[in-house]
Each structure stands twice: as structure tokens, then as C-alpha cells.
Design a binder for this molecule. Sequence first.
Ligand code: SF4
Ligand code: SF4
Length: 379
Amino acid sequence: MYIMYRSDNKISIASLPVWERAKEKRVLLSMVMDLTARCNNDCVHCYINRPAHDRQALEKELTLDEIKAITAQAVDLGVLWILLSGGEPLLRPDFSEIYTHVKTRGVFVSVFTNASLVTDEHIRLFKKYPPREIEVSVYGTTPEIHKSVVRKNTFESTMTGINRLLSAGLPVTLKSTIMQANFSDFDDIANFCRSKTSRLFRFDPCLQLRADRDPHRNKSILSQRLTPEQIAALDKKDPQRYKALEQGCKNLDNSIEQDADTLFKCQAGINTCAIGWDGKYQLCPSLVNRNCTLDLKTHTLAQAWNHFSPEILKRTSVRSHYTETCGTCTLHDICAWCPAHADLETGQLDGCIPYFCKVAKERQRAWKKFDYVPYLKRT
Ligand code: SF4
Ligand code: SF4
């Protein structure tokens, strides 16, 4: 185990030894809380967003009191780090109260925001109670490319918001999601983000499907996905990502999975969980299958964490299309396949995702250090 220092010489929370220790005991350390599904943008690739004034979404959103109660239960269970996300969390008029409440419980707090709604009040709040991190996505460096992704005229307000946060000396991480609409702008996006802050720039080139399974929106997401070749080319352009993937490839031969029928091979439900915008307990933000969620309006977080999660984690698949492919695959570290994504794509936790499979194999091929074929467990 080693401690990872970031480019600003701070220790990354994710690399603290406490995570390794906690894995053995299944302790809740971090939690994602989606404060809303609504957003003032309408990003073409977004897996969650509803319109800013969507009445149905507003009616189902957790109230301030419910958020306070869940936070208290999470702190009782030992949580150290809470990420406030959405949708766009700053859309909530009570965001400041929520943030202050969570922050003053003594946990690290991170915020994901599109930055276009940042006000002087938010700046004062973040300066008074500094967050661990504020993460902002940059989708384009020109108004045209930004709009081709977010489908709203928020370029100016986004740039103003980013500059306000940075000028206030707040810990801002800039990141991106790359798709067909902004692929041509990747170099400029990366340069822009790196010029604004020394914190690690990272991007996601693998789009996931909608949590609400909306077929029309899913069609748009599918049309925005990069080809495996485009993704492998982007990986190589990013020096830090290159190093991480290179290491991942080096580890491939050592990472042959033993439990062919096990579905959950990640940290979801082991040290982390997520609270959906409508109060559903989830093992992670992407796992929305109704058989894998529990309503926190009628159950406690302790019931969800201590009794519900362990049952979900026991799920297995004995179907040969799983046990002979993803169940025993050595490419897990460089593949976006997981039961949550499989469910979103196929309606089954053990479903195959040919696109993710092609991306992983293209990544492996692009590094040319390993044979193209041996992604199945050798017998
Ligand atoms: S800004 Fe974020 S939450 Fe809003 S629509 Fe875009 S991706 Fe979704
Ligand atoms: S590379 Fe293919 S077989 Fe391996 S985990 Fe990914 S989707 Fe499954």
C-alpha cells in the first residue's frame, strides 16, 4: 500500500491507508448524496438530469429535514466523507443550509457542480466552511462547443463561476466528459483545465445510459459515444492517465479473477454507498435496479447498510455468458463493465456490454504489451 500525493502535494483521500484497513471490516467511509435530479443544463450525455422546474422531480426530492436525518445516521455509522452531487445541487434554494449542516457534522465534504449558478453567497459559504473539493466539468472552451453538449446558453455563467471559485482560493478540480460533440476540443479543454488549476485534470470517455432508462435520451447518449479507437487515442494523450492505464495493463496478468460467479467486485457497498435524489439507498450512484435499492423514507440507513447491502453483495450469476466472460476477465481494471452498467444497458446485472468489451480490448491492444486475446481466465 502506498500513499498517493496529488500534483498540489496534498494526500489524496482515496489513497489513505484507512481504506485498505476498512475493506477488511466493511465500514461505511464515504457516501454520495444526490440532492436533486434537476439541472439548469440539459447535457446530451447526462444520465440523470430532469428540467430545472420538473414538478415530479421536485415532489420526490428529499427535504432538508430528511437530508439532515440521513446525514446524522451516516455519521453514526462512521462516515468520513460525503459528496454532494446531483443533477445540479446549487439549484436547490436550501443548498447553503444543507451544506452547512453536513459540513458542521465534522466530515469532509465535496461538491460536484456545473458552476453556472455560483453566487457571492456560495463563495462566502465555501470560504467559511471550506470543502475538501469542488469538482466542475468543462465541456467546451468555446460557447459553440459548450452549447453542443449542455444545450443551454450557460458558457459565460460557467466560466464566470469557475473564475469566482478559483479567485476565492477554493480547491477546484476541473474535469470533463468527452463525447462526439466535444471530441475535437479535447486538447483545448485539457490545456484550459490544466492552466486554471494544478489539481489533477481527469476526463471520462465512457458514457453511461440513463438512470430513468428513457429510450429517447438513451438514443442520444449512444450516438455520442466515442469509438474504442478514439478512446484509446485519448488515453494516450493524457500523461497521468497513460501512466495509470499502463500500470493497469502491467497488472493484468496478476489479476485473474477467482470468483467467476461473483457479480460485485468493486468497493460499492463495502466502504461506500449512495443516496439517490428521491431518497433511495443505492450501493453506488449507477446501481438503480429497483431490486437493489431501498427507500430511506421508510427504512433507516443502518438497516440499509447493515442488512440490505450484504444481501445484494452476495448476488451471483451462474450463467455461462457471465462466468466465462466478465466473471473471469482479466481486463476489469481497464473496463467500464460492472453489474450497475450491465443493468442499465441490458436490464440484467450479469448482461454483456459489447461496446465496453470492445473499448477494453482496444485499450489493451493500444498498449501492445499484452496479447490481444487472453482476456478470459486460462484453464
Ligand atoms: S451539468 Fe451535469 S447534471 Fe447538469 S445536465 Fe450536465 S451532466 Fe447533467
Ligand atoms: S473486457 Fe469484456 S469480458 Fe472483460 S470485463 Fe470488460 S466487458 Fe467483460
